[in-house]
Design a protein. Structure first.
Length: 300
């Protein structure tokens, strides 16, 4: 009797790749780092498969990917402490040409949540993502963290509390996001500080990431509608009329690319402004200016 056909390791792994990329991206907040983590998981899987049977492939790969991401987060924590100024996740920027045909991304990958997740410890972030986003049992989360099930539960609980306490509210649909962002840019362009403050929530938070390459960004977040309004009037209000402004999507969120001149090497000087919007007002303004963190898909 002929033996039943077997599935190749590559085919088995590729079937799980989208899931693993989703897991790694939520943990790391970087598409490039997520792809590297999944590639490392593939290497470990190819080696382990030759040594024995893996009964629960998805569970095994998720656990391995979680361990890899935990190591990356621990290493990144050290490097980000030395990062010049404020830090934002890398932006994946897409054209906003066909809004009706796009599926809005869930809050699990929204930029506002990724920013908040950066405040967690590596253990809290891994535990929270694995259990709350992907329903991984705490017994398996404990295996990833190298700790007890009770400790894994505590990490996730502390992560939840930190997200709830420091979360930037973001519940508006794309149409509302576009309307509010348009009102913000119009007010900045006309120099109307009162109109600008009117579209900002009282506790709005503004973060700018220049990576030490763009001056005038500041080293601390700005909090409060009046302070944020005056700050943005100062940095873009007088330059907005001269800039090229294009609507884009950042992590499925309505945003705007502002092109303002060039660097010395000829690269365009870009600012990608992505707001978090709730109840008709901007609750967070995330301005990415670091050219090394801007992944522009077919925009330039």
């Amino acid at each position: 009797m002929p033996l039943p056909p077997t599935t190749s390791p590559e085919t088995e792994f590729e079937a799980e790749r989208p899931h693993l990329l989703a897991v790694a991206y939520r943990m790391l907040g970087s598409r490039a780092e997520a792809e590297d983590a999944v590639q490392e998981a593939w290497l470990r899987y190819a080696k382990a498969r030759t040594g024995g049977e893996i009964r629960d492939l998805r569970g095994w790969l998720t656990t391995v990917t979680g361990r890899i991401c935990l190591d990356v987060l621990k290493s990144a924590r050290v490097s980000r402490e030395a990062y010049p100024g404020q830090w934002l996740p890398p932006y994946l920027v897409d054209p906003d040409a066909d809004p009706a045909g796009r599926v809005e991304m869930s809050d699990q990958v929204a930029l506002a949540l990724l920013v908040v997740l950066e405040r967690l410890t590596p253990e809290q972030r891994v535990a929270l993502v694995l259990h709350d986003a992907f329903a991984v049992p705490f017994e398996d989360v404990a295996t990833v963290l190298g700790t007890t099930e009770t400790a894994a539960r505590q990490h996730a609980s502390r992560g939840r509390r930190a997200v709830a306490a420091g979360g930037v509210r973001h519940n508006a649909g794309l149409a509302e996001q576009r309307r509010v962002l348009g009102a913000f840019l119009e007010a900045a362009n006309t120099g109307d500080v009162q109109a600008l403050a009117a579209v900002l929530a009282p506790d709005v938070v503004a973060i700018g990431d220049g990576g030490g390459l763009v001056p005038g960004v500041g080293t601390r977040a700005i909090v409060g509608a009046d302070k944020v309004a005056r700050f943005y009037l100062g940095i873009i209000g007088t330059k907005l009329a001269e800039a090229t402004v294009e609507p884009v999507l950042v992590n499925g969120t309505s945003a705007a690319v502002l092109i303002r001149g060039t660097f010395a090497d000829g690269r365009p000087l870009l600012s990608v402004l992505a707001p978090a919007v709730a109840d008709g007002r901007i609750t967070g303004l995330f301005n990415q200016l670091n050219p090394n963190k801007l992944l522009l898909n077919d925009l330039l």
